[in-house]
Ligand binder design. Structure first.
Ligand code: GDP
Ligand code: MG
Length: 167
């Protein structure tokens, strides 16, 4: 099994931390280096049954000018070419803010399945987590919802298995 996975989300939701943890799982890292694509980091994760290429996708945020608009279009194009998009949000955000809603509006035009990844679950109680999952699910349809704590490496293995299922 092999495929491409894009990671999107507001700044500071934990995209880089998650990428590092994914690369650090039992599996071998083939490469984890900055690419020529503007700021995009690609991480290759392999194990005995699969090879997954994770792309930290910058540029899906409200553009401030024409160049910004162009970059959002480019990033959105990328999302149509991958096998799954991971949309990262923070468990402590009760409901989606303007930044998240902007990203979801872009994701609605994308044909690729989207996973909602609720990160930083170490910071909230179970009730809050359920509320967040519910509030985001009302906005758009997700192929899967996976709560994680990238920092504590919680749920990362489950996430990898969910990704493999659709490849
Ligand atoms: P990015 O901007 O989306 O790439 O976010 P980063 O990976 O740089 O993380 C932003 C901040 O959130 C850093 O201080 C991380 O240590 C912190 N962070 C990331 N994941 C978690 C998590 O699961 N729990 C907690 N408590 N903090 C986290
Ligand atoms: Mg980052």
């Amino acid at each position: 099994k092999s495929g491409f996975v894009s990671i999107v989300g507001r700044p500071n939701v934990g995209k880089s931390t998650l990428l590092n943890k994914l690369a650090g799982e039992k599996i071998a890292i083939i490469s984890n280096k900055p690419q020529t694509t503007r700021n995009a980091i690609k991480t290759v994760v392999t194990d005995e049954s699969s090879q997954m290429i994770f792309i930290d996708t910058p540029g899906i945020h409200k553009p401030k000018n024409k160049l910004g608009e162009y970059m959002v279009d480019v990033a959105q194009g990328t999302l149509n070419e991958v096998d799954v998009v991971l949309f990262l949000v923070e468990a402590s955000d009760g409901s989606p803010g303007a930044g998240d809603i902007y990203i979801m509006d872009r994701l609605k035009d994308v044909k690729t399945p989207v996973f909602l990844i609720v990160n930083k679950i170490d910071l909230v109680k179970r009730e809050q987590l359920l509320k967040v999952m519910d509030n985001y699910s009302k906005q758009m349809e997700f192929k899967a919802i996976v709560p994680v704590s990238a920092l504590n490496n919680e749920g990362v293995e489950i996430l990898l298995n969910e990704i493999k299922k659709i490849m």
